[in-house]
Design a protein around this ligand. Structure first.
Ligand SMILES: Cc1cc2nc3c(=O)[nH]c(=O)nc-3n(C[C@H](O)[C@H](O)[C@H](O)COP(=O)(O)O)c2cc1C
Length: 361
C-alpha cells in the first residue's frame, strides 16, 4: 500500500487519497458563471482519481476578479451552476473544494493569453483596490485605491457571503486565497502594505485582515467541514514576509479554527528571480510549518512523479500534495500513479464505465 493512497480525514470529511487538484484559473467565465468548460475540466480530474478537487480562485466580488473571465461567487445565481459541478465531483469520489479570492491590485487584467496586463480604462478595465495606493508594477502598473476601513469591512463581508454560497452549492472544503500577491497577501506583506492605521505596520496589524476574514468565515462555515487557507509563506525578498513570521501566523490561524494550511509562496512583486525553483522545492518549508505550527499541511510546486509524491507523503508526512500543471498534462495522473506504485487501489480508481475495459487490456 502506498502512503499516497492512504485515506485522510479532516473534520467529518474523508479524502480517498492524498492527491489534490490545485486551484487553477481557467479565464473562461462570463460574469463569474462557471460553464461546461469548468464542468469538464474539474469533472474529468475527479474521474481521474484525485482525492480533492479545488475550484479555481473564485472572486468574492466583481472588482476582485483578476480578469473579466474569472469565475465568481458574488451572486446568488452563481450557486446553481457551481452546485452542478460540486455534485458531479462528489459522485465520482472526490472531495469538492473551492478557493475564494479577491485579487486586490492585480485585478482588472487581460487573460494570460491576451496579454496578462492591466486592461485600459476605455477597454473595460476597472478601478482596483488594495491596502495601499502602490502599484504591483511590470505588466500590472495600475495604481490601486487605498482601501478605507469601510472597504475592508465590505470585502470581509463579501468573503462571508461567498462562503455561504459555497456551502449552499454543496462544497465540502473551503480554501481562503491568502497567497500569490492578491488582496490578503497584499495586507500581509510590507512590500505592498504601507498603511499607518490598524491594518498596517506591525505584524499584528498586517495579519489583521486575514485574521478577521478567517474568523468571520469560520462563523458561517460549519465546524464539521474543513476550512483551509493558501498562504505565501515567504516573499523571497528583503523586507518581505518570512517563513518564521508565517509560522506564527499559521499558529494564530489554527487557534482561530483553521484546519489545514496550503503552503505556497511568492508573487507579491514581479521579481521572481530569487525563487529557488526545483522539484518539490517547497516541501522542506511545508514540513517545517507542519512540525512547528502543529497543523496538517498541503504543498505543491513542481511535484510531478509518482515516486516523488509517495516520498513527500510517506517520508515527509505531508498530508496532501497539490498538483497543478502535471494534472493538466494528465487528468488520470492519480490512476497512473497507483499503477506505478503498485497500489491495489489502481483497480478501483477508474469509474465502472472504464474500469473493466481498461483491466481487460
Ligand atoms: C493555469 C494555472 C492557473 C492557476 N490558478 C491558480 C488559482 O486560481 N489559485 C491559486 O492559488 N493558484 C493558481 N495557480 C498555481 C497552482 O495552483 C500551483 O500552485 C502552481 O502551478 C504550482 O504547482 P505545479 O508546479 O504543480 O504547477 C495556477 C497555476 C496554473 C498553471
Amino acid at each position: 500500500m502506498a502512503a499516497l493512497f492512504n485515506e485522510l480525514k479532516i473534520k467529518d470529511v474523508s479524502f480517498r487519497n492524498r492527491i489534490a487538484v490545485a486551484p487553477m484559473c481557467q479565464y473562461s467565465s462570463d460574469n463569474g458563471f462557471p460553464n461546461d468548460w469548468h464542468f469538464v475540466h474539474l469533472g474529468s480530474r475527479a474521474v481521474g482519481g484525485a482525492g480533492l478537487v479545488v475550484v479555481e480562485a473564485t472572486a468574492v466580488s466583481a472588482e476582485g476578479r483578476i480578469s473579466p473571465a474569472d469565475s465568481g461567487i458574488y451572486l446568488d445565481e452563481h450557486v446553481e451552476p457551481f452546485g452542478r459541478i460540486a455534485s458531479f465531483l462528489k459522485q465520482h469520489g472526490a472531495v469538492a473544494g473551492i478557493q475564494i479570492a479577491h485579487a486586490g491590485r492585480k485585478a482588472s487584467a487581460n487573460k494570460p493569453w491576451e496579454g496578462d496586463n492591466h486592461i485600459d480604462s476605455d477597454k473595460g478595465g476597472w478601478d482596483t483596490i488594495a491596502p495601499s495606493a502602490v502599484a504591483f508594477g511590470a505588466n500590472l502598473p495600475k495604481v490601486p485605491q487605498a482601501m478605507s476601513v469601510q472597504d475592508i469591512s465590505r470585502i470581509r463581508e463579501a468573503f462571508v457571503l461567498a462562503a455561504q454560497r459555497s456551502l449552499a452549492a454543496g462544497f465540502e472544503l473551503l480554501e481562503l486565497h491568502f497567497a500569490h500577491g492578491y488582496l490578503a497577501h497584499e495586507f500581509y506583506s510590507p512590500l505592498a502594505n504601507k498603511r499607518t492605521d490598524q491594518y498596517g505596520g506591525s505584524f499584528e496589524n498586517r495579519i489583521r485582515f486575514m485574521m478577521e476574514t478567517m474568523e468571520a468565515v469560520r462563523k458561517v462555515w460549519p465546524e464539521r467541514l474543513p476550512l483551509i487557507a493558501r498562504l505565501s509563506v515567504t516573499d523571497w525578498d528583503e523586507g518581505g514576509v518570512t517563513v518564521e513570521e508565517s509560522i506564527e501566523l499559521v499558529k494564530r490561524l489554527k487557534a482561530a479554527g483553521l484546519d489545514l494550511v496550503d503552503v505556497s509562496q511568492g508573487f507579491v512583486t514581479p521579481d521572481i528571480s530569487k525563487i529557488p525553483w526545483g522539484p518539490g522545492f517547497m516541501v522542506p518549508i511545508a514540513s517545517r510549518i507542519r512540525k512547528e505550527a502543529d497543523i496538517p499541511v498541503a504543498v505543491g510546486w513542481m511535484i510531478s512523479e509518482a515516486d516523488q509524491a509517495e516520498q513527500i507523503v510517506g517520508q515527509e508526512s505531508i498530508d496532501l500534495v497539490m498538483l497543478a500543471r502535471e494534472l493538466l498534462r494528465d487528468p488520470y495522473w492519480p490512476y497512473h500513479a497507483a499503477v506505478k506504485l503498485g497500489d491495489p487501489k489502481a483497480d478501483t480508481i477508474l469509474p465502472v464505465q472504464y474500469a473493466r475495459a481498461v483491466r481487460a487490456r
